[in-house]
Design a protein around this ligand. Structure first.
Ligand code: ATP
Length: 236
C-alpha cells in the first residue's frame, strides 16, 4: 500500500505544557482510518499540528512525499490535506452555493464549476438548497455542507473532526453511511471521532489516543478483541 500521510514522532504542546508525546500515525492512499480517544486526549491538537496552526516541537509530518512539518497552513491546503472542522463552522449568512464556492480557493479555482457538480452529485440535498442561507439549515445539513466545502478543495486526504457531533441518531447513521461512500469512491479519510462503535464499523484501521500518546493501532477486529479497550471505549 502507498503511504499518503506519515506522522513520525510528533511532540507538541501549548506554552511549556507537552500535549503530544511522540505520536506516530499513518494513512495509506484510499484508506479510512479512525482516530479515537476521549475528551482531551490530544486529537484536536494533532489536527492543528497537521494543518500548520500549532507548531511541532519535534518529529516529522510527510504528506504525499513532501515534508509538511511546520509549513504555512495555506501550503497544507494546497497540497491536498484538507480539514473539515468540528461542529458547524459554515458561514451562516452565506447561502449553500456561496459556502461551497469559498472552499474552492487556491488550486481548485479553475475547476470550480465541475467540482461543484461533483459535490452536488454526492449531496443531492445541497443542490436542492443552493440558495438557502447556511445558518437556517439543520445541524446535519450544515455538517454535510462543511464536508462538501472540504471536497471543493480537491482533497487527497480529508480529515473529518467529529462529524457526528450534535447530530440526532438518525443523522449520525446517515453521516457514517456517507463517509463510507466517500471512502468507496477512493478518497483517503482520517476520521476523528468519539463515536467509537460506528467509526469501527466503517474504518479500515484505527488508532486510540490517550494522554497525547497512541495507545493502540490496528484493525477494528483487533481493537474489539481487546477486553480493556472494549471496556474503556465501548463500555462492554
Ligand atoms: P476534544 O475531543 O475534547 O477536543 P481532544 O482529544 O481533541 O479532545 P485536545 O483538544 O487536543 O484534545 O486537548 C488536549 C489537551 O490540550 C487538553 O488537556 C486541553 O486542555 C489542552 N489544550 C487544548 N487547546 C489548548 C490551548 N489552546 N491552550 C492550552 N491548552 C490547550
Amino acid at each position: 500500500m502507498t503511504e499518503l500521510l506519515v506522522i513520525d514522532g510528533i511532540r507538541a504542546g501549548y506554552g511549556e505544557v507537552e500535549i503530544l508525546r511522540k505520536v506516530d500515525l499513518c494513512v495509506n492512499k484510499g484508506e479510512l482510518v479512525a482516530l479515537l480517544g476521549s475528551n482531551g486526549a490530544g486529537k484536536t491538537t494533532l489536527n492543528s499540528v497537521m494543518s500548520g496552526l500549532v507548531r511541532a516541537w519535534s518529529g516529522r509530518i510527510m504528506f504525499d512525499g513532501q515534508d509538511m512539518t511546520n509549513i504555512h497552513y495555506r501550503q497544507v491546503v494546497q497540497s491536498g490535506l484538507i480539514q473539515v472542522p468540528e461542529g458547524r463552522k459554515v458561514f451562516p449568512n452565506l447561502n449553500v452555493r456561496e459556502n461551497l464556492e469559498l472552499g474552492a480557493f487556491t488550486r481548485a479555482r479553475t475547476r470550480r464549476a465541475s467540482n461543484l457538480d461533483k459535490v452536488f452529485d454526492t449531496f443531492p440535498r445541497l443542490r436542492e438548497r443552493q440558495t438557502q442561507l447556511a445558518g437556517t439549515m439543520s445541524g446535519g445539513e450544515q455538517q454535510m455542507l462543511a464536508i462538501g466545502r472540504g471536497m471543493m478543495a480537491e482533497p487527497k486526504l480529508l480529515i473529518l473532526d467529529e462529524p457526528s457531533l450534535g447530530l440526532s441518531p438518525l443523522l449520525v447513521e446517515e453521516m457514517f453511511t456517507l463517509i463510507a461512500k466517500l471512502r468507496r469512491e477512493g478518497l483517503a479519510i482520517l476520521l476523528v471521532e468519539q463515536n467509537v462503535g460506528q467509526s469501527l464499523e466503517i474504518a479500515d484501521r484505527a488508532y486510540v489516543m490517550e494522554n497525547g500518546s497512541i495507545r493502540f493501532s490496528g484493525t477494528p477486529t483487533e481493537l474489539l478483541a481487546s477486553d480493556s479497550l472494549r471496556q474503556a471505549y465501548l463500555g462492554v
